[in-house]
Design a binder for this molecule. Structure first.
Ligand code: ATP
Ligand code: MG
Length: 432
């Protein structure tokens, strides 16, 4: 053996190399184990995978974190979700979100140190039909350096809640019709608070429960092969809260709102179809004055039937059923004239549920009064409601109370003026 080593000194080099490699490997393994042991004692690691919806909100949290402004390893991605919230720059119409890239990132979340590492599955699970790897699963490992796992969980859930609400409550994006017939962002603001829309007893609960059930039933719809969409009709006299309700509902469900009115002469069959297909997934499409399509919008000013650039009832049905319609879509339609609607529109699949939103009832008047005057004597609300004439719209009540803000006693005493006001208002007569 020694003889062989003497004759072939390069074997020494190899042997030393082998031993050193093994030693280094052991040290590295030992260090990794030590690291895991040490981290296990003072930190909690939470993993979020890309096939979970939370993954998006981890990205939003990271994109908003001051650390991302300093980080030199960034990943840029297109944000197609429209539920936004992240720090997004728009490049040529593409929404780009920057987040820390692959590898481990250390930063402070409040007073606590956090290490976030993003990893990517090495092997794509399958090849897609065009031969390119199917999307790879990614995951974030979030290590929070605090001794108690409960604190780690709280730090993370607080950070994610902040991301979800944009720090001040989630903003809803409102899309309206652009002059060239596509959606454009009309506004971005906090959706109306659901509590501020005062409806007949039980109505809110019923509507909210239906939407919640729908949002939780995607798997069921898919298993049954039923298109995953829901259509609602809010019908009733003007000023009863149909539009306010739709917007508040979207806010509650974290949906953006695309609003159009069929009474708008710019809407044609073709435009409506393009708009319905073009609304982003997971948004609510609010179609106001849906009766306009049935009540003669397809007749031009000379009384002749128009073609091509008109809005027809069958065009509306086609747009609602559109093959390209985004799954998970909620369409809310409103009308003051439900009697004008054709049975073909009001059938499940197009309108799955409908609710009548009527003029103010006694309990609504009581609750609205309490919202305006929380400090007033409790029986005043009832006295006020007793004086509200039947058929008065909530919008009329709101106007009356607003003009007497800070004067609860006046609001109770002057309901006879409300009578006069209500009588002079056509909608109250119609509603009665
Ligand atoms: N139920 C309600 N609770 C609180 N405020 C209401 C209610 N209904 C109407 N209002 C107030 O009246 C105004 C008009 O309401 P909204 O536009 O929602 O009515 P609408 O039913 O959509 O009317 P229209 O049929 O004319 O479109 C809003 O400023 C809203 O704040
Ligand atoms: Mg309305």
């Amino acid at each position: 053996m020694l003889e062989m080593l003497e004759r072939h000194p390069w074997v020494w080099v190899g042997a030393i190399g082998l031993v050193t490699g093994a030693l280094l490997g052991a040290v590295q393994k030992g260090r990794a184990t030590l690291w895991r042991l040490a981290v296990g004692r003072v930190a909690t690691t939470i993993t979020v995978d890309s096939d979970d919806p939370l993954f998006h909100w981890v990205k939003v949290w990271l994109s908003r974190h001051p650390y991302t402004d300093r980080s030199r390893t960034l990943q840029a991605g297109t944000d197609t979700s429209q539920d936004g919230g992240g720090v997004i720059q728009t490049v040529g119409g593409i929404r780009v979100m920057f987040i820390p890239g692959l590898g481990t990132h250390w930063f402070r979340q409040g007073l606590t140190w956090v290490a976030v590492s993003k990893s990517q599955e090495q092997e794509a699970k399958a090849l897609s039909t065009n031969g390119r790897p199917a999307s790879r699963r990614e995951s974030y490992s979030i290590t929070v350096f605090t001794r108690t796992p409960a604190t780690a969980r709280k730090i993370l859930t607080d950070a994610l809640t902040d991301a979800l609400t944009g720090g001040e409550g989630r903003k809803t994006t409102f899309y309206g019709l652009s002059t060239w017939g596509s959606w454009m962002v009309a506004d971005q603001r906090r959706a109306r608070d659901a509590d501020s829309v005062v409806l007949a007893e039980g109505l809110w609960e019923d509507i909210r429960a239906d939407l919640t059930r729908f949002k939780a039933s995607e798997a069921k719809y898919r298993a049954l092969g039923v298109p995953y969409r829901r259509g609602y009709l809010f019908k009733g006299p003007p000023g009863s809260g149909k539009t306010s309700m739709a917007v508040a509902l979207a806010g509650l469900a974290g949906m953006d709102v695309c609003i159009l009115s069929l009474a708008d002469p710019a809407i044609t069959d073709a435009k409506l179809r393009t708009l319905m297909d073009g609304a982003s997934a997971g948004s609510m499409i609010l179609i106001e004055d849906v009766d306009a399509a049935v009540s003669g919008r397809n007749v031009n000013t000379n009384g002749n039937l128009t073609t091509g650039d008109s809005l027809t009832f069958s065009g509306v049905l086609n747009a609602l059923d559109g093959a390209a319609a985004k799954e998970g879509r909620v369409v809310v339609m409103t009308t003051n004239h439900p009697e004008r609607l054709d049975d073909a529109l009001v059938r499940p699949g197009r309108i799955d549920r409908q609710w009548y939103i009527g003029p103010a009832d006694h309990s609504q008047a009581v609750r609205l009064f309490r919202r305006f005057y929380p400090a007033a004597e409790s029986e005043w609300a009832s006295l006020f409601a007793d004086g509200v004439p039947p058929g008065t719209s909530m919008a009329t009540l709101q106007g009356y109370l607003l003009s007497r803000a800070d004067h609860a006693a006046l609001a109770v005493a002057e309901t006879d003026r409300l009578n006069a006001e209500a009588e002079s208002k056509p909608e109250a007569v119609e509603a009665a």
